[in-house]
Design a binder for this molecule. Structure first.
Ligand code: SAM
Length: 166
């Protein structure tokens, strides 16, 4: 996402979900704006962030760097001018659903699938100032209708398709 020593970009997490990626980025010092369109996921996140802030200390500081917005990122992103935009849509359903972690199965029960992910990536590429990062299953085909990424960071189960903005 462009974090390095002494550099903490303004990040937009367009698909907040359980807020884990945002929490991680904020714990590394980034200011993160989270966007969530599901009423229920948004309400759960509000509760979770409040509870976390009550812990005080470092956790409160990290939560202080996270700003949660309710809405569709397709509408909100054009107004934000984010330096780096993270997109982690619900992944295509795996054949072996036993491999899908329980927490993500629960999110899927709430939000269903994100069939407009290609629109979101294209819009993010148009509005991000530096980069867009798409988190996607390591072995899945690229999302149809999105241009080729600049480079990829590939993990065991997840890969990150990075689109640098020139
Ligand atoms: C796979 S989860 C994200 C998990 C998250 N990265 C985490 O660390 O917990 C996808 C979430 O993005 C939300 N979402 C998908 N498309 C969106 C959009 N266009 N605007 C806002 N939220 C969106 C879904 O409602 C769902 O909660």
């Amino acid at each position: 996402m462009g974090l390095r020593a002494g550099k903490t970009p303004m990040i937009v997490d367009a698909t907040a979900g359980l807020g884990r990626d945002s929490f991680l980025l904020a714990s590394l010092g980034a200011q993160v704006t989270l966007i969530e369109r599901s009423e229920k996921m948004h309400a759960l996140l509000v509760q979770g962030m409040k509870r976390a802030a009550r812990e005080g200390g470092q956790i409160r500081e990290i939560i202080g760097r996270m700003t949660l917005l309710k809405g569709d990122a397709l509408d909100v992103i054009p107004e934000l001018a984010g330096e780096a935009i993270l997109i982690d849509p619900m992944h295509p359903e795996r054949k072996n659903s036993a491999l899908v972690k329980q927490d993500l199965r629960q999110v899927r029960e709430i939000v269903g699938s994100d069939d407009d992910a290609a629109d979101l990536v294209r819009l993010a590429i148009k509005h991000a100032r530096k980069r867009v990062v798409l988190k996607w299953p390591a072995k899945a085909a690229p999302i149809e209708g999105v241009k080729k990424c600049t480079h990829q960071i590939i993990g065991k189960t997840t890969r990150y398709d990075v689109f640098m903005i020139s």
